[in-house]
Design a binder for this molecule. Structure first.
Ligand SMILES: *[C@@H]1O[C@H](CO)[C@@H](O)[C@H](O)[C@H]1NC(C)=O
Length: 326
């Protein structure tokens, strides 16, 4: 009965190449895995007076970090500080600065002490058809979301490179799922968030020798004052195409973000959908985990099919929308 031996044989035929693949991936994935300790270290969070930034400040405080939050509006910063003190009994530092003003960011960073974790979290979004959108609004999104991050990193980098505490440190950028895929109504926003990926990928190569590690966080729609504002002007087609399974809570996003930063992950997705999106858009991005690399390699073709299916539904929605009598 020769066919009885077929199953173990087939098993080996599949198992051996997969094992070899895992071994190869373990050898070649770079950068190497890293842990970023945050206890007793200085975490500076921009856009820290509300939404994800405030939630992140909260959790970093609870994990024993020394936290400074940066935003423009001083009275909102005071309110945020009070709310953190109220629930944790611990004070955070507050600094008022406009991330778009490099000189002011530089001055502020000269006075806050060594930064171990810089979280560039500030951001604005207005979803609107590009043809309707004021160019000043486009520029504002690019300025705050993208150029603001250049200002922050530029102002922080020399201090981070010359730090006395030689343990690994982190620079994290708050991107968005709209920084992984372009969506109707998000031309300027997506451009600013896609820009962060270029910045993050190039920067990681430049700072790795100083044990500085870059994370790029991709939250979905999050329940924040920002989202409420955004939804007011969202085009109908944006609602149809980006119809998500509901917004995530800022606390949940903050938790994923902080864990991602601590584990030194380059891509930090925040939910299962985001996990799939990160695999689908892995491209030439750095990957520290050989197991994630394995998942990416194995599922690449399937992910492309899923991506094409999304495009098929989106373009279907667009066609249907325009076919409606006006
Ligand atoms: C600053 O925040 C306070 C309190 O939230 C608000 O009343 C005020 O309008 C804000 N100021 C500016 C310039 O946005």
């Amino acid at each position: 009965m020769a066919n009885i031996d077929l199953f173990p044989f087939l098993g080996l035929v599949v198992l051996i190449p997969l094992t070899i693949l895992v071994i190869i991936l373990k050898l070649i994935t770079r950068p190497n895995p890293i842990k970023i300790p945050i206890k007793s270290r200085h975490v500076l969070i921009t856009g820290g007076s509300s939404g994800i930034g405030l939630a992140l400040a909260h959790q970093a405080v609870l994990e024993g970090a020394r936290v400074t939050i940066l935003a423009r509006n001083l009275s909102k910063l005071e309110e945020a500080k009070d709310s953190i003190r109220l629930s944790t009994g611990i004070d955070v530092g507050i600094v008022s600065a406009d991330v778009c003003d490099f000189e002011s960011v530089k001055k502020v960073f000269e006075n806050v002490g060594e930064i171990d974790v810089l979280v560039c979290n500030q951001g604005v979004f207005v979803a609107q058809e590009f043809v309707e959108q004021e160019i000043s609004e486009v520029k504002q999104m690019i300025d705050i979301n993208l150029v603001g991050c250049f200002n922050l990193v530029k102002a922080a980098l020399v201090g981070m490179k010359n730090r006395k505490d030689r343990r690994p440190v982190s620079i994290a950028f708050m991107s968005s799922q709209a920084g992984q895929v372009g969506i109707y109504g998000y031309a300027a926003y997506s451009a600013s968030k896609f820009g962060l990926r270029g910045l993050a990928e190039a920067l990681q190569q430049e700072v790795i020798a100083d044990d500085i590690h870059v994370s790029l966080i991709f939250p979905p729609d999050t329940d924040t004052p920002g989202l409420a504002e955004e939804n007011k002007r969202k085009p109908q087609l944006t609602h149809i195409i980006a119809a998500s399974s509901g917004a995530m809570k800022a606390d949940e996003v903050a938790k994923k973000a902080l864990n991602g930063i601590k584990s030194g992950s380059f891509f930090v997705p925040c939910n299962f959908e985001g996990f799939l999106l990160s695999i689908a858009t892995a491209g030439l991005s750095p990957q520290r985990s050989y197991l994630m690399a394995f998942v990416e390699v194995i599922s690449a073709g399937l992910m492309r099919i899923a991506g094409l299916c999304f495009q098929w539904t989106w373009y279907g929605s667009i066609e249907k929308f325009h076919a409606q009598p006006k």
